[in-house]
Ligand binder design. Structure first.
Ligand code: TMP
Length: 223
């Protein structure tokens, strides 16, 4: 596969979407084909699954087993229909959350056996792993404040995960940090409570050296 696969991970309120958008715009401006996706979602099937998962849209609470399998199902659809074709074309795929979210939230957060979750992820992704994962790390309390403020400003209600107790989110954060230790070459920890321009610069320092050679001549800053 010739493209580049980058994922943003981290807790709620860590600025993943904002920075994923900013990075995508920058790369597009340099002439790269960029495919933006988000999880759960990113395909019509995935977006339908997202509604069920975030707001119990089917009218009943989903069990934790169903939750785990729905995240995996959404991902399988996204990998086969969107991510793999884009990477085969040589595109840069930037995804807001991927399999590490399932390990962190369902494995560590919901206390499923982590190795079994990793096996399920392998199955759902057909073995596809990101080239780089930006872990937007943030104190859980700070993340809660940001989410609360954003929901108030936008008049949104909290989703199922935002309503989870603090201990759940602490386990998710610890889980992410454990994954970063397990795969130190793929994971890059970004302190996401730093000033926004420092966060952007830290992300760029990770991505710039990974950019495919084929597009280098189109990079304006290299003349
Ligand atoms: P977000 O797109 O606003 O980040 O919301 C997605 C929510 O779903 C977030 O609370 C994290 C959660 N989630 C999981 O629990 N497991 C997963 O595999 C994924 C992709 C997300």
């Amino acid at each position: 596969m010739s493209g580049l696969f980058v994922t943003f991970e981290g807790p709620e309120g860590s600025g993943k979407s904002t920075h994923a958008n900013e990075l995508s715009d920058r790369l597009r401006g340099m002439g790269f084909e960029v495919m933006r996706a988000r999880e759960p979602g990113g395909t019509p099937t995935g977006e339908a699954i997202r509604e069920i998962l975030q707001h119990d849209a089917a009218g009943e609470p989903v069990t934790r087993e169903t939750e785990l399998l729905l995240f995996a199902a959404s991902r399988a659809q996204l990998v086969q229909n969107v991510i793999k074709p884009a990477l085969s074309r040589g595109a840069i795929v930037i995804c807001d959350r991927f399999a590490d979210s399932t390990t962190a939230y369902q494995g560590y957060g919901r206390n499923f056996d982590v190795e079994r979750v990793l096996n399920l992820n392998e199955w759902a992704t057909d073995g596809l792993a990101p080239d780089a994962t930006l872990l937007m790390d943030l104190d859980v309390g700070v993340g809660f404040e940001r989410i609360h403020k954003r929901n108030q400003e936008l008049g949104q209600i909290e989703d199922r995960f935002e309503r989870e107790e603090r201990a759940f989110h602490e386990r998710v954060r610890e889980g992410y940090l454990a994954l970063a230790q397990r795969w130190p070459e793929r994971f890059h920890i970004i302190q996401s409570d730093a000033p926004v321009e420092n966060v952007s610069a830290a992300i760029w320092n990770v991505i710039d050296p990974l950019l495919p050679d084929a597009a280098c001549e189109r990079r304006p800053d290299e003349g």
